[in-house]
Every structure is written in C-alpha cells, then in structure tokens.
Design a protein around this ligand. Sequence first.
Ligand SMILES: Cc1cc2nc3c(=O)[nH]c(=O)nc-3n(C[C@H](O)[C@H](O)[C@H](O)COP(=O)(O)O)c2cc1C
Length: 311
Amino acid sequence: MAIGWEKVTVDLATSLGPIQLATPLVAASGTVGSVWEFAKVADPIAYGAMTAKSVSGDPWKGRPPPRLAPAGLGMLNGIGIQNVGIDAWRTETAPKLRRVGTQVWGSAVGTTPAEYARVAIGLAAAGVAAVEVNLSCPNLEDGRMFALDATLSGEVIAAVKGAVELPVGAKLSPDAEEIVPIALACHEAGADWLTLTNTARGAGIDIRSRRPLLSGVVGGYSGAPLKPISLRCVIEVAQALTEVPILGCGGVMRGADVIEYLMAGATAVGLGTIHFAEPRAATRILAEMVQWCEENGVDRVIDLVGAMEAG
Ligand SMILES: Cc1cc2nc3c(=O)[nH]c(=O)nc-3n(C[C@H](O)[C@H](O)[C@H](O)COP(=O)(O)O)c2cc1C
C-alpha cells in the first residue's frame, strides 16, 4: 500500500528525548538484520529509525536449531543473540549504514557492564545515531538477566553513558517483577529513553515428537499476544516517571496498535515480529495511522501522547 507521502496532512514528527524522529515508527532490534540488507526490501522512510540486531563484544555462536517457532498467536525465538562481535560488525556494516535512508541505531549486548561499554564504543565508531542497550541478557557473575535487577541495569547504563556521547536507550524486559524501579534506575543512570519492552520468556512443546519447540527450551515470546503486557509496562512507567521518554514495543500489527501505545504515553513505537510476515508493514501501518488521525481530527501524532483518559 503506497501512503502517498505528498498528500499526508498529519504531522508525523515526534521525538524520543534528544532524538528527533520523522515518524513514530522504529524497527525493533533483531527483526531487520543489520538494517542495510532489510532496507532494500522495506520502505526506510516509513521509519523514524531502524535498529540493528544486538551485537556483543566477541562473536556469539547462538543456539542450534530450532530457533524460531510459531506459538499460539505469537512467535517464540531462541536465537541466542548470534552475532559476529563488534569488531567484525563494525568493519562489515559501517560503510553501508549511510545509504539506508533513515537513521540507524545500534544495539549493544554483553555479559558485563565493561563489555556493553566496549560494544557501544564500536557502534559509535560505525556511525550509528544512537545506542539501544539490550538488557535482556544473563550477566556473567550469576547468570541472572540484567533487566530483572535495578542495580545491575543501572550499572550497565552508567557504563555505556560513560563510554559514548550518543543518545543511549535502555531496553527492558516485561518479565521484571516490578518494572518501575528498573526504569527509574536506568533513568537515574542517564538513559535518554526506555524501550518497553523486549520479548517475554516463553516455551512450547511439539506434542507429537514430545520435543520443545526451541533447542534452548525457553526463549522469547513476541507478536500480538505481547501487546497488553508491554502496554501495561508503558502505562506503569509513564505514570510513575512522567519525564522519561518511552519507546513502546510489543505486538504492533496495525495502525490502531501504534495509537494505543502513544495514548499510553510512548512517543515512538517499535515494530518487530510483524516484519517476518510482512516486510513492508511499516508503510501500511503508517497509512492506517494517518487515516485514523484524519478521521478523528488529530493534526499531529504527538498530540496523542499520553492521551489516555483516567479509568
Ligand atoms: C527473531 C527475533 C530476534 C530478536 N532479536 C533481538 C535482539 O537481537 N535484540 C533486542 O534487543 N531485541 C530482539 N528482539 C526483540 C524485538 O526487538 C522486540 O522487542 C520484541 O520482539 C517485541 O516486539 P514485537 O512483538 O513487535 O516483535 C528479537 C525479536 C525476535 C522476534
């Protein structure tokens, strides 16, 4: 579906802390490769920004297959953040990022705060516009996910903020028992925005073979069923920490889902799993959003931010 950009009367511009975005849509990490490959089959100008898959300090092999499986109305993945490591990523990717047509963010992952910082330095050198910190990774010391612990999350964000001049976002997990204290720790450590959220931990079994759907048994659950959970995280954080910029992410399939996240308090919204079924989904979703705004007398998408009425 062509959106007919020249005729759009709704102002799509938004911001995420210090970052200006031409549209509120952001391609979610891990669902658009290292961006430049995906940009050839998608419509990059539909996105305010596109996020590359997470990169670690040294190369990670990832998990053996099966690593992706449909499960209910969503999808399980247990890729194990396979990647070539920051040095090779930088050499391979940096020359191609400038030709993408929208801003590209890097995503850092690691098992210690120092590794996250090292990756962020490499991402900055590759020319990314911002660094999103993927905190859904087990830390080396006790194997517990950084994103489930406020102190550890804050330490990682402080290390990355100390290492680069770029805007830094903290990507949190919907599995946190209480999301607000973790959001607060990241904000106090200097995060310029919060991405809410990553996948939720999930599992499935093929009852014929009696084997788990993923080789790692437990993986990340994403897609439509995640939306109410991520949206709840956005509402809780937006209401508790009114000054923190939020990128809502989880289960967006239609323009109406984006509007819901904006009303919850996000100023930008991620698209992830939808890309696997529909690589050009951003163009359709943006057109649906514009149509809704026109029908409802909304001239600027930023006027929808936090527009949810009291319950
Ligand atoms: C196959 C796959 C790989 C992913 N890899 C990453 C990753 O490398 N880094 C990251 O921060 N999030 C990763 N995610 C999480 C997405 O960026 C997104 O936060 C999540 O899937 C929820 O959004 P969705 O329901 O629109 O997919 C991945 C998701 C999927 C489905």
